[in-house]
Design a protein around this ligand. Structure first.
Ligand SMILES: [Fe+2]
Ligand SMILES: [Fe+2]
Length: 303
């Protein structure tokens, strides 16, 4: 017999209620981590050494993508201007925002086919995609891409989306490793940008250049926050994507990823009040943790 949603909600001790609550939680508003500016002044540029054939293939693929990317954006660290940096960052973010959406879509369809819960991975991946798209919109407030550049974005997206989708169907762990390496490159790129701001090589973004309002609101930065603070926050985002995707690639298929993600964020020094994301569950929520796990600031995640 069919039940209305109110009937389902009234069945407080049934499994249906638990499933519905878990589902509702998955669709709750995305919560973005708020960084401590003091703690993200420097970010370790870590590199995961490849140990398997899949790792080496992922690293080689990223090096190839990076070479094409450098060519397309005219990257030469000694000749970078603000305009060139913006071009590079805009292109980077249009690519970086694809994997989360493709992974989320693929896991969503898999969940529909298998009738099994995703344990929060979909939410996490979509949040990552949204976070990357926000980076993009911060940058396009500062530079409007030309028609020719938009055509390059379309071409790159057409190729990357389809290749990544097929790869994700074949091996999600390979794809998460690939994204881990991609994010290593993103952290490297933004670190170089911070270095150039600090060296005075980008006079338009000196230490007094105020951040756009949208970026200040998104990262909950103070009213006197600068573009440097925004770049530091974006770099911190990329470092979290890097660490999370490498972690996802390492985990066994049935691992309790939510718990691991929660533990990761509870110790994360980059995030202000990280305990609010990881340890604010009630006793009844703890029961759900056993069933579905609980997401960290990037949302829950499980493979
Ligand atoms: Fe990004
Ligand atoms: Fe990223």
């Amino acid at each position: 017999m069919l039940k209305s949603s109110s009937q389902l909600l009234s069945c407080s001790n049934t499994k249906s209620h638990s499933l519905l609550q878990n589902t509702l939680r998955c669709f709750s508003k995305t919560q973005h981590p708020i960084f401590s500016l003091d703690k993200i002044q420097s970010i370790d540029q870590t590199h995961r050494e490849p140990t398997t054939f899949k790792d080496r293939l992922a690293l080689s693929s990223i090096r190839l993508i990076r070479s094409c990317f450098d060519l397309a954006t005219g990257y030469n660290i000694k000749r970078m201007t603000l305009s060139k940096w913006l071009t590079r960052c805009i292109f980077l973010e249009t690519i970086a925002a694809v994997p989360g959406m493709v992974g989320g879509m693929t896991k969503h369809l898999q969940s529909l086919r298998t009738l099994e819960h995703d344990n929060g991975l979909i939410h996490h991946l979509l949040e990552e995609a949204e976070n990357e798209r926000t980076h993009l919109f911060i940058f396009i407030q500062l530079k409007k891409p030309s028609r020719a550049f938009q055509s390059m974005i379309m071409l790159a997206q057409g190729v990357f989306f389809n290749v990544y989708f097929l790869a994700y169907l074949l091996s999600p762990s390979f794809c998460h490793r690939l994204v881990g390496f991609l994010e290593e490159e993103a952290v490297h790129t933004y670190s170089k940008l911070v270095e150039q701001i600090d060296s005075g090589l980008i006079p338009e973004w000196n230490r007094d250049t105020l951040a756009p309002q949208m970026a200040r609101e998104y990262y909950e930065l103070p009213s006197n926050a600068t573009m440097r603070d925004v770049i530091l926050s974006i770099r911190a985002d990329e470092s979290i994507h890097r660490d999370m995707n490498h972690k996802f690639s390492d985990l066994r298929p049935n691992a309790n990823v939510d718990q691991e993600v929660s533990e990761f964020f509870s110790k994360d020094q980059r995030i202000r009040n990280s305990h609010e994301y990881c340890h604010n569950s009630s006793a009844s929520d703890e029961e759900d943790v056993q069933h579905r796990g609980r997401g960290g600031p990037m949302g829950g995640a499980a493979l």
